[in-house]
Each structure stands twice: as C-alpha cells, then as structure tokens.
Design a protein around this ligand. Structure first.
Ligand SMILES: NC(=O)c1ccc[n+]([C@@H]2O[C@H](COP(=O)([O-])OP(=O)(O)OC[C@H]3O[C@@H](n4cnc5c(N)ncnc54)[C@H](O)[C@@H]3O)[C@@H](O)[C@H]2O)c1
Length: 278
C-alpha cells in the first residue's frame, strides 16, 4: 500500500546489488511511494547484471561509480540532477565491504592495505558523498541523507573485524557533517543501525546463522528484516522526520537495549544441561 510519502521527491540510491540487498528493498519502496531516483553501484556489481531488473522496475537510470572515487561520485551527483531535473531530496549510502573479512584475516592479524580499503569503501565514501553534494549544492533544503550501520560500532561482536571501526567512523561522520549541513542547508544526516540481515554483505559475517538466531531470541520484537528497514528508511526520507538529524537510530527489534532475554536464557540453559551431561 502506498502513502505517497515521497511524491515529488528525487533521490540517489547507492548499493543495490541483488534482490536481497537492503538498498534494493528501499528502492522498491521509494518507487512505490512516488519518488524518482537514480541507482549507483560499482562497474563490477553492474556486470553481475541483477540491478538491470531493478532499474527497469523502478524506471531508474543506473550510473556506475566506485564510491571511493571522488571523480565517480561527482559524476553521479551531476548526472542525477540532469536526469531527474533538479537537486535531489534524498541520498542512500548502503555500501560496505571488508577484504579482511573476505580473506578471513582476524582482527589481531589484519592486512593494513585491506584495512584502509575497508575504511575508504565503508566510511570515507560517505564523507566524500556529502562533501561533493555540498560543494555542488546538489541536495535540496530539508533533504535527507541516510547510511546503514551496525551495532558493532558500539559493542564488540566476534568476527565483525575492521568493519566495526568503519561503522564507528560512519556514525561519527553522520554527526560531524550533520551539524554543518544542517546549520547551512537544513539537510539532515542519519544512520540506521540495522539488525543482522541475510544479504551478500551480511553473509560475510562469521557465524551469521548463529548470530541471527541469537539476536532473534534476544530482541523482544524479533530481528528487523530488510523490508522493515526499507519502511523505516522511507519515513526518514520523508517530510515526516524533518527535525531528526545527526542520529544513529537502532532498527533492531529492541536488541540494543537487551542484556539477556527469557528466550536466550532458556536456550543457553539447554546447552549447559547438555554440557553437564557429557
Ligand atoms: N546485512 C546485514 O546484516 C547488515 C546489518 C547492518 C548494516 N548493514 C549495512 O547495510 C549496507 C548494505 O549492505 P547489505 O546488507 O544490503 O549487503 P549488499 O552486499 O547487498 O550491499 C553492499 C553493497 O556495497 C556495494 N559496494 C561495495 N564496494 C563498493 C564500492 N567501492 N563502491 C560502491 N559500492 C560498493 C556492493 O556492490 C553492494 O551493492 C552496508 O553498509 C552494510 O554494512 C548490513
């Protein structure tokens, strides 16, 4: 059901890879809510080919860009304004990648070239987007910029590796840039801290199946799905959240406020019983 929450809004959506991607769900909902937008991802991701289906479905042009390249990002903003017929109202940063995770390098044995790539792709790219958008004056007053984060920015999780540091920086950039962009142009900048979600990036987290089960048991409302994340993102892009900025908002069914739940304790006790019977 559509509420036309984004009717008349123009946007740019970075990071839709396949139909499991959180950005893919956000694009579908943004389209249903009346927005027009462009899509962007790396040339490699485009060769993968899936994004063409989304592009056709949403009538959205694809602009290739490596989000670590300021030249590519500048092109995305300039082309998007040409294609969409004006400044944009919303931007989604849904980008993350760690070569240390991919190559299974542990946090106490990281490769520093990979580490820098993690930071560049997953966090600094957000700063680059914002700086370029501001210099080009590419975002309308009261526009909304959103990036996706994870609770590993605040709490230590086994296996999340250097992505934890990248997410901490990402959230800090949202605050620091949010102050300047808000003060000067009333542009709001937030991050959503999403539940673990089974996507290509999510599947790279060590022990994702156990993690999903644990967070499901710990969260009073259960894990938030990619579809639910998309619903919430639409609200943050819409005029219904005009005074929300510089926030990291947990969208995790309550997980971030829990220390132990009845469901998790019950399961844990079962394991203890099994151990004691050995
Ligand atoms: N899946 C989860 O459990 C989870 C939880 C919280 C937050 N997030 C975050 O959500 C965001 C989207 O991830 P997802 O789970 O939808 O997975 P995904 O794999 O579908 O999306 C990640 C995207 O990043 C893109 N990307 C990688 N390197 C890039 C580069 N150099 N330039 C431009 N794009 C690049 C990929 O092509 C892909 O489209 C990420 O920031 C991720 O960290 C995911």
């Amino acid at each position: 059901m559509s509420h036309n929450l984004l009717k008349g809004k123009r946007g740019i959506i970075f990071g839709a890879l396949d139909n499991k991607s959180i950005a893919w769900k956000i694009a579908e909902k943004a389209y249903n809510e009346g927005a027009i937008f462009t899509l962007s991802n790396t040339p490699v991701a485009l060769r993968f080919g899936e994004i063409n289906r989304l592009s056709q479905h949403c009538n959205a042009e694809i602009i290739p860009a490596d989000a670590t390249s300021t030249k590519d990002l500048e092109h995305v903003f300039i082309r998007s304004m040409e294609i969409l017929g004006g400044k944009v109202n919303f931007v989604l940063h849904s980008i993350g990648m760690s070569l240390n995770m991919r190559k299974q390098r542990d946090y106490d044995d990281v490769d520093y070239d990979y580490f820098q790539k993690t930071i560049d792709i997953s966090a600094l790219s957000f700063h680059k987007m914002l700086q370029i958008a501001k210099k080009l004056d590419a975002i309308e007053e009261w526009g909304s910029v959103l990036a996706l984060s994870y609770i590993a920015a605040q709490r230590t999780l086994v296996g999340y590796n250097d992505m934890a540091d990248a997410k901490a920086l990402l959230e800090s950039i949202a605050r620091s840039f949010g102050y300047i962009y808000g003060r000067e142009k009333h542009v709001r900048i937030n991050t959503i801290s999403q539940s673990p979600t089974r996507t290509t990036a999510g599947s790279g987290i060590k022990g994702i199946d156990g993690l999903l089960d644990f967070t499901e048991r710990m969260s009073p409302l259960g894990n938030a799905t990619a579809d639910e994340c998309a619903d919430f993102s639409i609200v943050l892009f819409s005029d219904l959240s005009r005074k929300v900025t510089m926030q990291n908002i947990y969208h995790d069914g309550g997980f971030s406020s829990m220390a132990m739940s009845l469901k998790a304790m019950t399961q844990y006790n079962k394991c203890l019983d099994e151990d004691n019977n050995l």
